[in-house]
Write a protein that binds this ligand. Structure first.
Ligand SMILES: Cc1cc2nc3c(=O)[nH]c(=O)nc-3n(C[C@H](O)[C@H](O)[C@H](O)COP(=O)(O)OP(=O)(O)OC[C@H]3O[C@@H](n4cnc5c(N)ncnc54)[C@H](O)[C@@H]3O)c2cc1C
Length: 135
């Protein structure tokens, strides 16, 4: 991996991908480090999945109201797994599309090894915090 760049961006979320795209369009050599999935909070677990789940939730009311507007809807059913799979497919498509457009012309992505997570105090069933044993 060549670390000799003009701009090193930590995080391929909305801010990081935009900054890298603008900088590389001005000729800067850019390296973007992303520890999880390209797209960041908005695409992977925020704006986009939220909207898809909200849209899905609205159909229940619309099916219920439809008959009063002359529609015969018949039996309707809902498949949670199908919705989650469709949401995941859309997020994967968007993430790949952001990766493809952000790469051009002089921008690269780098996935660093996950950091070794520091041990955090765990909670007991009563909710009281227990601290890791100290020697
Ligand atoms: C549930 C939810 C719903 C939302 N809905 C909306 C909405 O409808 N409209 C709207 O405008 N905004 C919405 N937001 C806010 C929006 O998601 C954020 O404003 C936006 O994602 C911020 O972008 P960012 O680039 O600053 O950070 P992020 O998108 O969080 O990107 C940071 C990236 O950095 C990576 N990262 C962090 N540390 C490291 C490290 N040490 N090494 C490598 N990579 C690292 C993370 O994995 C992440 O991909 C929502 C947020 C949430 C949580």
């Amino acid at each position: 991996m060549n670390y000799d760049v003009d701009l090193f961006v930590i995080g391929a979320g909305s801010g990081g991908t935009r900054a890298s795209r603008i900088a590389s369009s001005h000729g800067a050599k850019v390296l973007v480090a992303e520890e999880f999935r390209i797209g960041g909070t908005c695409v992977i677990r925020g704006c986009v999945p939220k909207k898809l789940l909200v849209y899905a939730g609205r159909f229940a009311d619309q099916f219920r109201d439809a008959e009063a507007f002359g529609w015969s809807v018949g039996d309707v059913s809902f498949d949670w797994r199908k919705l989650v799979a469709a949401k995941e497919a859309e997020i994967t498509r968007l993430s790949a599309s952001i990766a493809a457009t952000s790469r051009a012309p002089r921008s690269r992505f780098w996935r660093p090894a996950p950091p070794s997570r520091a041990r955090t105090p765990s909670r007991s069933p009563t909710g009281a915090r227990s601290r890791p044993a100290t020697s």
